[in-house]
Design a protein around this ligand. Structure first.
Ligand code: NOJ
Length: 497
């Protein structure tokens, strides 16, 4: 991977139908937070009450600027756009109310205009946001009622958009969401207990397990509904496509802190407690053995009927890979107060060894090694710190993002040649947007968004991506660039095709 010859990769080295795209999510880009009968979402309510610093009230104003954004995507040369549906925009009151026609119209316009420009819509139905009413009424994902709420959301999407949308993602990163909202309590509804965080209410040792259980069952039910009642109809009506549905998991990779069996086992447990937690049931119909062993009866169980529903249910797995972390065993050695908890798999997870950040080791080779493991076992991402205080010219000259994507793409091409079944690559993100609690200073976009005028400007990485996609430029031509930025890769891994 370190050799330059390996970077001699062009668009034409990937299969014709390989989907190169970019991604966003509703709360992060749309704005228009109470327009056209949209209700308050959990994030609107949270940011307006406790104060998130900045918020998504306006975001990138994609709600009004989407046509311009689709033109921008077209000129970039991407063939797929992954975006999410704001649940509060199309079903403002969930099952207690009606479908909001204005919300449907908005997404119909996005879908139609994408298709007009030859861009495949990739729709995520849940990306961290939902109507606040569902939180107030019964505690949202802590309550099994939320499964049925989600099925209604999914059915509404299939019904109104399913004639044109071929790719569905049920839930984005249920593991990241669950931990942020119910373990550390950073995301709404900000529930946690010590030592994980200092929240007004919650139980970090138990609630994440309940929330995940409800999300996985919701995913299973919505997927079955699609396969049984919507995909079939679409095949009959539009001979051209059958549609695929999957789930996206947040995938850190884990590297033992020391070269000992204990830390190696800790790495395996970290994998099971974070990634296996979301994916195992899709293959085995149950949670990973390690979770059963260390959590006992605290781990919710699936009935036989549910196991059958979940096993082999999805068509693809989406992998969001950010980084690799070190793992330290906490069963036999003393650890931080959180690492010593069963919910963490008795593992301490850290980004540094002997004061050296993991990302600085061997010039990212560890990340690329993680990529290899994720692709061959199943999963991958990366983002760098220090992105807050850059000047605009520095932001636009984002050579570090280019370097990183080049390496990952080169590695991906090699993995495809070796037989990995990967069907697409989505850059997070199309444009700078609301980065949750970190506001607008953390930028992932290929396009810079001026916060005062909301004008979009191409960064160097957008020009590079365009050259790669439209002009079949060799990745190595970009290698001479130098600098430093932040980025993340989103990779779609298709399983059953
Ligand atoms: C993936 C999350 O899904 C997205 O919402 C977030 O902005 C990026 N990671 C970067 O943190």
């Amino acid at each position: 991977m370190e050799g330059n010859e390996e970077l001699h990769i062009k668009r034409s080295d990937f299969p014709d139908g390989f989907l190169f795209g970019a991604a966003t999510s509703s709360y992060q880009v749309e704005g228009a937070y109470l327009e056209d009968a949209k209700s308050l979402s959990n994030w609107d309510a949270f940011c307006h009450s406790v104060g998130c610093g900045e918020n998504g009230d306006v975001a990138d104003d994609h709600y009004h600027l989407f046509l311009e954004d689709i033109d921008m995507m077209h000129s970039l040369g991407i063939k797929a756009y992954r975006f999410s549906i704001s649940w509060a925009r199309i079903l403002p009151r969930g099952r207690s109310g009606e479908v909001n026609p204005a919300g449907i119209t908005f997404y119909n316009k996005i879908i139609d205009n994408l298709i007009l420009k030859g861009i495949e819509p990739f729709v995520t139905m849940h990306h961290f946001d939902f109507p606040q009413e569902l939180e107030v009424k019964y505690g949202s994902w802590l309550n099994p009622e939320m499964q049925e709420e989600f099925v209604l959301l999914a059915e509404t999407c299939y019904k109104y958009f399913g004639d044109r949308v071929k790719y569905w993602i049920t839930i984005n990163e249920p593991n990241l969401f669950t931990n942020a909202a119910y373990e550390s309590g950073d995301f709404p509804p900000a529930r946690c207990s010590e030592p994980f965080g200092n929240c007004l209410a919650g139980n970090s040792d138990v609630e994440p397990l309940i929330v995940m259980h409800n999300m996985l069952l919701a995913n299973g039910k919505a997927t079955k509904l699609y396969h049984d009642s919507y995909r079939a109809i679409i095949i009959i009506c539009a001979a051209t496509h059958g549609g695929s549905i999957g789930i996206v998991v947040s995938c850190l990779m884990y590297e033992p802190l020391t070269n000992t069996d204990l830390d190696r086992e800790a790495a395996e447990r970290a994998f099971a407690f974070n990634i296996g937690w979301v994916l195992d049931h899709l293959i085995y119909g149950d949670y990973p053995e390690e979770m059963h062993k260390y959590l006992g009866s605290r781990l919710p169980s699936f009935s036989l009927e549910e196991k059958n529903l979940l096993k082999n249910s999805i068509d693809f797995i989406g992998i969001n890979h950010y980084s690799t972390m070190y793992t330290k065993d906490c069963i036999n050695s003393s650890c931080s107060s959180t690492g010593a908890h069963a919910i963490q798999g008795f593992v301490d997870i850290m980004g540094e060894r002997d004061g050296v950040l993991i990302g600085e080791r061997k010039n990212y080779s560890l990340f690329l090694e993680a990529w290899r493991k994720l692709l061959t076992i199943s999963r991958l991402g990366y983002s760098s710190p220090d992105v807050c205080k850059e000047r605009v010219d520095e932001i636009l000259n984002d050579v570090k993002r280019i370097e990183f994507h080049s390496k990952y793409l080169a590695f991906l091409a090699k993995s495809l040649r070796n037989g990995a079944d990967v069907r697409g690559y989505f850059v997070w993100s199309l444009m700078d947007s609301y980065e949750w609690l970190q506001g607008y200073d953390v930028r992932f976009g290929l396009y810079y968004v001026d916060r005062k005028t909301l004008t979009r400007r191409s960064k160097l990485s957008a020009k590079w991506y365009k050259d790669f996609l439209m002009n079949n430029i060799d990745l190595i031509d970009m290698k001479a660039l130098g600098g430093r930025r932040s980025f993340q890769n989103n990779v779609m891994m298709l399983r059953n095709g």
